[in-house]
Design a protein around this ligand. Structure first.
Ligand SMILES: [Zn+2]
Length: 93
């Protein structure tokens, strides 16, 4: 992948970032006649390496590094579980 710095531990996304804090990696793909679509890089990485994300689930970063795309650091969880973990890690706002 073009925009990933793979190393031991976190694979850091080197492409564009977005989100309120510009901390989630994303890239834009052309979607034929319907235009373009933004893909979150950690969701893409999860699906590429581990398989489809069950519908309704969020991807949690076990390492809390939000531009990390190492599939070993990603886990599909419910939104409620994701929020619970966020609070536990003290990053909830
Ligand atoms: Zn990581």
């Amino acid at each position: 992948m073009l925009f990933v710095e793979k190393k031991d531990g976190c694979w850091l996304w080197k492409g564009k970032l977005h989100g309120r804090d510009h901390d989630y990696g994303y890239f834009r793909i052309s979607n034929g006649r319907t235009g373009v679509r933004d893909i979150l890089s950690h969701r893409w990485a999860y699906e590429y390496y581990k398989g489809p994300i069950p519908s309704g689930l969020s991807i949690d970063h076990l390492c809390s590094v939000r531009n990390c795309v190492n599939p070993e650091h990603l886990e599909a969880v419910t939104t409620a579980e994701n929020n619970r973990r966020s609070v536990a890690r003290g990053r909830h706002r």
